[in-house]
Write a protein that binds this ligand. Structure first.
Ligand code: ADP
Ligand code: TRP
Length: 323
């Protein structure tokens, strides 16, 4: 039995990049025979950026509702909020801090990137990878499905775990990152990586009207409508191609090559494809957001199961380190 583990921060409602890059591939893995999934909402990590409790809570519910709307089965897997195991995971993070070389953290791309973009550069942002390592190592995870942007964090986790194992003997399972080669990085409306922090995301859970508006904002070049267009360099096409089947993609390529077919048409087709493809998930998401008691109930069950596992790992660490 392989244990698959991943977390998603609650810094907003999960966007199309999170869904295609993390949530859908994660759920697929959880359904494979002999896999057991630990999926959680990394709401303690979110505190590095969000200081408004109401907002944080709302984001946490939206993140939980997304996993459930996309069909994550909480009866056979473990689904929890990181903050519900705060005592254990933060304790473990402290131990791991003491096995983490300072230069490794200062060289983290994600920290460098965030510290240039954000006005609040706090120590939590700096030690973020150590808490992430505790999230993974604390549950003896074998595989961690994440986007390619998290690869360095995964390498750091392995380094920290190996360093502890080297000093104290085999204690931690060394996790492997799983990067979905097909999806890789989903582009945002401006062609950069889709991200909450770049405000270039598509939120599929918006109302039809607002979703359409967001899609219409996708940046395209100024080729006039009467000229053929290059689909290869178009953001709207790139997003379409990630969601459409082969027949639809071939048809869209022909459309781009046909004079009179404009970017507006392509964006409308993308909007319709998203509505059609995610019809059930969008409806289920709204139902769950109206019933947060149900979300709390499911998360509480997961927290119990998660706590039982991480407590065992913390006890082992304490014993090995002489406490
Ligand atoms: P954001 O960049 O919007 O803050 P997160 O860093 O919270 O997103 O990412 C949550 C998960 O979604 C991670 O596993 C990450 O790799 C994945 N992810 C985020 N953005 C993308 C994207 N544009 N394409 C593919 N996967 C993504
Ligand atoms: N850092 C991850 C991200 O931003 C979120 C995360 C926190 C995570 N802890 C984790 C992902 C543990 C995988 C495993 O996407």
């Amino acid at each position: 039995m392989a244990r698959i583990l991943t977390g998603i921060q609650s810094t907003g409602t999960p966007h199309l990049g999170n869904i295609l890059g993390a949530i859908m591939p994660g759920i697929e893995l959880s359904k494979q025979k002999d896999n057991e999934a630990f999926f959680f909402i990394a709401d303690l990590h979110s505190l590095t950026q969000i200081k408004d409790g109401n907002q944080l809570r709302k984001n946490t519910y939206a993140t939980a509702a997304t996993w459930l709307a996309f069909g994550f089965d909480t009866s056979t897997n473990v689904f929890y909020r990181q903050s519900d195991v705060a005592a254990e995971v933060c304790q473990l993070a402290w131990f791991l801090n003491c096995y983490t070389p300072f230069p490794m953290l200062s060289n983290a791309h994600s920290f460098k990137d965030k510290s240039q973009k954000l006005s609040d550069v706090n120590a939590g942002l700096f030690t973020y990878p150590v808490l992430m390592a505790a999230d993974i190592i604390g549950y003896d995870a074998d595989y961690v499905p994440v986007g390619k942007d998290q690869q360095q964090h995964l390498e750091m986790t392995k380094d920290i775990a190996s360093s502890f194992n080297h000093i104290h003997g085999e204690t931690f399972v060394l996790p492997e990152g799983l990067y979905d080669k097909r999806v890789m990085i989903v582009p945002g409306t401006d062609g950069q990586k889709m991200s909450k922090s770049y405000n270039n995301f598509i939120d599929i859970f918006l109302s039809d009207k607002d979703l359409r508006k967001q899609i219409m904002k996708i940046e395209t070049d100024s080729t006039p409508i009467e000229e053929p267009k290059n689909c290869e360099s178009c953001n709207a096409f790139a997003l379409y191609a990630l969601l459409a089947d082969e027949v639809q993609i071939a048809k869209m390529k022909t459309n781009y090559a046909t004079p009179g077919y404009g970017y507006g048409h392509a964006k409308q087709a993308l909007f319709e494809l998203i509505c059609e493809k995610f019809k059930t998930e969008r409806a289920r998401f709204n139902e769950l957001m109206e019933n947060t008691d149900e979300l709390d109930r499911q998360l509480a069950i997961g927290a119990e199961k998660a706590k039982a596992v991480i407590s065992g790992v913390v006890a082992k660490v304490k014993s090995k380190t002489g406490y």
